[in-house]
Design a protein around this ligand. Structure first.
Ligand code: XIL
Length: 384
């Protein structure tokens, strides 16, 4: 417990007790149970109380330093492998920075390049967190994906209070300034994030769609292109990984933007549960149809929850390995699927815990040991 790495206010996630601590507690209780029952507890002679057999604990994997860099396997497949990171983690935790630096060749700011942290007050820009991530990446020959210029989920309160004409000015100014600041330093930008509605066709109602009208998406791409003509411009969303209404809407949106020369890529977030993911064949078919439009495809925020998988810990982790392998293999099968980014890399720090409940969704455990999932991703890159 104790150390926190999360940057956004109100989202600090303390380290959870480690599995070995929990295991230690469990075995301590079992010993106590055996000892108490051996004492007899009441003069009636020795009657052993049945002690539940603990589920087998998976054998811990090798430390992150003892497995081959994942980015080497990715490079063999001609892919980028990325992770979302925080600048405070990179600065304050040598193990976190070491694992990020060893295994990935593409970094995304988990929080620090969004509108809220970067322009908390009107006209006051704070690039410090994002810059530190870019510097870390540049010093290690890694690329950076900017995330995200326009996202209703990280828009400061002051933006929501603007009149439509004021909003237009702020919108243009934000995109120009932020994309301009990172020009030539980011490989790609998530320009618009999560614009498609979950339950009805078309755009989600947000401060941007209400204040600027539906063409705000195209407008954001136009502004980003002007501010950073070399960056790959990406539309990013969740829930449209397989074939369904939402992925059809994403497809229609990016097809239109591509025809107008505005978009270069699509991000499929891939926050999934191993207990209920879309059919992998559908994920691959979806990647393929987007690639057929001439777009680059990223798996942009992958994590795989296992809480709801039936069975013991080893079963959950084996299933998670399979899911990671199959999804990454679906990307590797399509030449234009250029990058797989994970939303974090160690189970010690994941947004999943505070959003979906405690889970172990990533490639390394809380002690930075490679989980079966790590080897699933490696297998997919090495086409095993
Ligand atoms: C999440 C981060 O992980 C959190 O730390 C932050 O507080 C909120 O945003 N889809 C996205 C990401 O596009 O930006 C979100 O990241 C997760 C869902």
């Amino acid at each position: 417990m104790g150390r926190v790495l999360r940057d956004p206010p109100g989202r600090r996630i303390p380290r959870r007790p480690t599995r070995s601590v929990l295991l230690g507690m469990t075995s301590g209780l079992l010993v106590l149970g055996v000892a108490l029952s051996a004492c007899g507890g009441g003069g009636g002679g020795f009657e052993p109380t049945p002690v539940p057999t603990p589920a087998p604990t998976p054998v811990p994997g090798p430390l992150y330093t003892d497995v081959a860099p994942l980015r080497d396997a990715a490079a063999q497949a001609g892919r980028l492998v990325g992770a979302a990171v925080t600048s405070s983690g990179l600065a304050s935790d040598a193990t976190y920075a070491g694992a990020a630096g060893r295994h990935f060749n593409y970094l995304t700011a988990e929080w620090e390049m969004k509108w809220d942290p970067i322009q908390k007050s009107p006209g006051v820009f704070d690039f410090s967190g994002g810059d530190r991530i870019v510097e870390f990446a540049e010093s290690r020959g890694m690329r950076v994906k900017g995330h995200a210029l326009v996202w209703h989920g990280a828009t400061p309160k002051w933006v929501e209070a603007l009149s439509p004409p004021e909003l237009r000015i702020a919108f243009e100014d934000h995109i120009r300034t932020v994309a301009g600041h990172y020009r030539r330093r980011v490989y790609a930008w998530d320009v618009v994030n999560e614009a498609i509605d979950d339950s009805q066709p078309g755009l989600r109602s947000t401060v941007f769609s209400r204040g600027l009208g539906p063409d705000y998406v195209a407008e954001a791409f136009r502004l980003a292109r002007k501010a950073d003509p070399e960056a790959e411009l990406v539309y990013n969303d969740y829930g449209g990984e397989g074939l369904n209404r939402k992925s059809n809407d994403v497809y229609a949106l990016v097809k239109d933007l591509k025809q107008r020369g505005l978009v270069d890529g699509v991000g499929l977030q891939m926050h999934i549960s191993a207990a209920s993911l879309p059919a992998v064949a559908d994920i691959q078919a979806n990647i393929q149809r987007l690639a057929d439009l001439g777009l680059q495809v990223n798996i942009s925020e992958m994590d795989v929850r296992v809480k709801d998988v039936a069975g013991d810990a080893a079963t959950k982790l084996a299933r998670q390995r399979q899911v990671y392998r199959d999804v990454v293999a679906a990307c590797v099968a399509v030449p234009r699927c250029e990058a797989i980014t994970l939303w974090g890399f160690t189970d010690a720090h994941s947004w999943i815990d505070s959003t979906f409940g405690a889970d172990d969704p990533l490639l390394f455990d809380e002690q930075y040991r490679a989980k079966p999932a790590f080897f699933g991703v490696e297998d997919a890159f090495l086409r095993r």
